[in-house]
Design a protein around this ligand. Structure first.
Ligand SMILES: *Cc1c(COP(=O)(O)O)cnc(C)c1O
Length: 455
């Protein structure tokens, strides 16, 4: 161990408080400190190289230290790093907005910038709420969301979220949201179509019962990421769009995770030809380079905010770093790379490779089911394949399995007992193949044994 390694680890443990982390365990255990990135690899302070198996928490797109994006950010630094969008325009944010509207589902017309997925959702919900207020529909104040959905960690976005583990402690701070069961075909005895219809019926019941009181329905289109890569049955998204239209409520699509090619298309809404009224984008927007988010809205929504100042229809929301020029430059460079490297066109063989390996993995002893939508995949670990009983949650089996992949040079992060695979869309087939082999090799071993070793 070099001095540099222990110097960094000690200082991390002294000074840094990590997100979603039980810090007492963090302080006790050995930890990896990342120092560098190279393509689809992360390199730690001991010079170990790991495949970045979850795209640095679902945001990396073209790899790390990509020449073209590096150059775009450096060039922008020579021009200006940041100026405000409050009362001023900025060239890079204009250029990016135009590009986003060009590729977004048709009908979306305006881009409101912020800096994280949670803020993009916060903006979407305030926008939806105020839209109805501005139109004089004062009773439309509630939201419908899906159980086990995840929309970020600010108080507003947590209110829309349905993962009780993250949210129960904050309950007294949250506003009331109406929840419908998620179309979760792996926790339901019927067929996926029955599961879909059950969820849709529930949504429709909520819409009828609360007629005139719902501002919007929010969904993660096609895949509920943080819920454990729950892939929705075909037709669900389109039917939710139809329900929203029928009952005159807005549809908010949270594509923070699914956007920018994760599901095999640029945006998940494209799978079912759906245009939401409001679209939330973040994670992959800058290809994993810089914090930037965008909330896209239709012209109809935008128009409801127009009027003389004294009518107070203005959208009173903004963040200091809204539309940051460096981040916009990175996002523009990423979108150019999408075209130049034909990223979307390159996905089918990668998706097929993941499908093939998942089929092998699903035969293993401790695997409950596997699910996939494009490059997003989840592998559920169970204690008993027949009854699908899970391991005791205190056994932290998912975390231990991921830890066991580290000596094999892959970094993954689970969601509970679900091993998540989220390779960067630009990852080359050979690297993806190695990653999948590491996952297979780890899962084929005696998992309770792994649990003991890792203790
Ligand atoms: C990650 C995520 C968010 C929150 O994004 P942050 O940038 O972490 O605030 C919101 N919605 C979905 C669907 C996400 O996956």
């Amino acid at each position: 161990m070099t001095d540099k390694t222990s110097y960094n680890l000690n200082n991390d443990k002294t000074y840094v408080w990590h997100p979603f982390t039980q810090m007492s365990s963090w302080l006790e255990e050995d930890q990896i400190i990342i120092d560098k990135g190279e393509g689809f690899f992360l390199i730690d302070t001991k010079r170990n190289r790991y495949i970045d198996g979850v795209s640095s928490l679902w945001c990396n797109v073209h790899g790390h230290c990509v020449r073209e994006i590096d150059k775009a950010v450096r060039n922008q630094l020579e021009i200006i790093a940041h100026s405000t969008l409050l009362g001023l325009g900025q060239t890079r944010s204009i250029e990016l907005a135009r590009k986003l509207i060009k590729i977004a589902p048709s009908g979306l017309a305006k881009v409101f910038y912020s800096d994280s997925g949670a803020t993009s959702v916060e903006i979407a919900l305030k926008m939806a709420y105020q839209y109805w207020q501005n139109k004089g529909d004062r009773k439309k104040t509630k939201f419908i969301a899906l159980e086990n959905s995840y929309h970020g960690d600010t108080v507003g976005s947590v209110s829309l979220g349905g993962i009780s583990l993250f949210h129960s402690i904050f309950k007294p701070l949250l506003f009331e949201t109406l929840f419908a069961p998620s179309p979760h075909p792996y926790r339901f005895d019927g067929t996926p179509a029955q599961c879909r219809d059950r969820s849709l019926e529930h949504i429709e019941t909520l819409l009828k019962k609360n007629a005139g009181k719902i501002a919007a329905i929010i969904v993660e289109p096609m895949v509920q990421g943080a819920a454990g890569i729950i892939v929705h049955p075909a037709g669900f998204l389109k039917a939710v769009r139809e329900l929203a239209t029928k009952y005159n409520v807005l549809l908010i699509a949270d594509e923070v995770a699914t956007g920018f090619a994760r599901t095999g298309k640029m945006f998940a809404c494209e799978h079912e030809n759906v245009t939401p009224d409001i679209l939330c984008l973040a994670k992959g927007l800058t290809a994993g380079y810089l914090p930037l988010a965008a909330t896209l809205a239709t012209q109809e929504i935008f128009n409801a905010f127009l009027g003389p100042v004294e009518e107070h229809k203005t959208f009173y929301h903004g963040h200091t770093y809204t539309g940051n020029a460096l981040a916009c430059a990175a996002a523009i460079a990423s979108l150019e790379l999408f075209e130049r490297n034909k990223i979307i066109e390159s996905l089918p063989p990668k998706i097929a490779l993941i499908r093939k390996k998942l089929a092998e993995i699903s035969k293993l002893k401790f695997i409950g089911n596997t699910r996939q939508c494009g490059l997003m995949a989840g592998i559920e670990i169970v204690k008993d394949k027949k009854t699908r009983a899970s391991f005791d949650s205190a056994a932290l089996i998912g975390a231990k399995v991921c830890r066991a992949m580290r000596p094999k040079n892959a970094l993954l992060r689970p969601l509970g007992d679900v091993i998540v695979l989220m390779p960067a869309p630009a990852m080359d087939l050979p690297t993806l193949d190695i990653l999948l082999d590491i996952v297979y090799d780890t899962l084929k071993t005696d998992l309770p044994g792994i649990t003991k070793q890792a203790k």
